[in-house]
Design a protein around this ligand. Structure first.
Ligand SMILES: C[S@@+](CC[C@H](N)C(=O)[O-])C[C@H]1O[C@@H](n2cnc3c(N)ncnc32)[C@H](O)[C@@H]1O
Length: 184
């Protein structure tokens, strides 16, 4: 209930950035986390972690907290994340300026897991973000993103990256799918 209230506060203050009326459900968070390799020792970048539902699922999936670098814009959510997950790295910054926010950290990563409300941004920004994430990853590993939309947040670009959607996760409000983007 407290997280719901925090979320509504975020929505009132920054509606386009918060982009949802409630934190992601556990089923959705689990469906995202399962695409991350817990045995890979490289960092995992989490974008827009909010209240930490996906962070918690990543840790439950076996990802060591010390591998997680969470990039979050809201100072309130940053404080909450640092309290809840003292062993992760919380970066207060703009995920769409990934290089600037990471400031030299994590040039190569295992995965990028994003809960950003992508569709609130112009298509060019979304595409640049996906490609900035993929540039840090090994070919074949996915940039993981959830979306409530039917068409998905970004169309694949032949020769650059592919897009694949999960089936609908109905145990989420609203129902969502997990999109996996991979370098072509
Ligand atoms: C849909 S909510 C995330 C929900 C999260 N999975 C949860 O359940 O709490 C989107 C999150 O992305 C953050 N966000 C939005 N735009 C951002 C940006 N440009 N850089 C970093 N974080 C951003 C918001 O502050 C919010 O925490």
């Amino acid at each position: 209930m407290r997280d719901q209230l925090r979320f509504l506060k975020g929505l009132a203050e920054r509606p386009r950035m918060t982009g949802a009326v409630a934190p992601s459900g556990e089923a959705l968070a689990k469906a995202m986390a399962r695409h991350v390799d817990p045995a890979d020792e490289r960092p995992v970048i989490e974008l827009g972690p909010g209240t930490g539902v996906v962070t918690k699922a990543l840790i439950a999936h076996g990802v060591a907290p010390g591998r997680i670098i969470a990039v979050e814009y809201s100072p309130d959510f940053c404080r909450l994340l640092a309290e809840r997950f003292p062993d992760i790295t919380v970066v207060r910054g703009d995920a769409y300026d990934l290089d600037g926010s990471l400031d030299g950290r994590a040039p190569k990563v295992s995965s990028v897991v994003s809960s950003l409300p992508l569709v609130a941004r112009p298509l060019g920004d979304r595409t640049r973000l996906i490609e900035a994430g993929l540039a840090r990853m090994t070919k074949g590993t996915p940039f993981i993103q959830f979306s409530y939309t039917f068409k998905g947040p970004v169309k694949p670009i032949p020769g650059r990256f592919t897009a694949e959607a999960s089936s609908w996760i109905w145990m989420n409000m609203p129902p969502a799918r997990v999109w996996l983007f991979r370098r072509a």
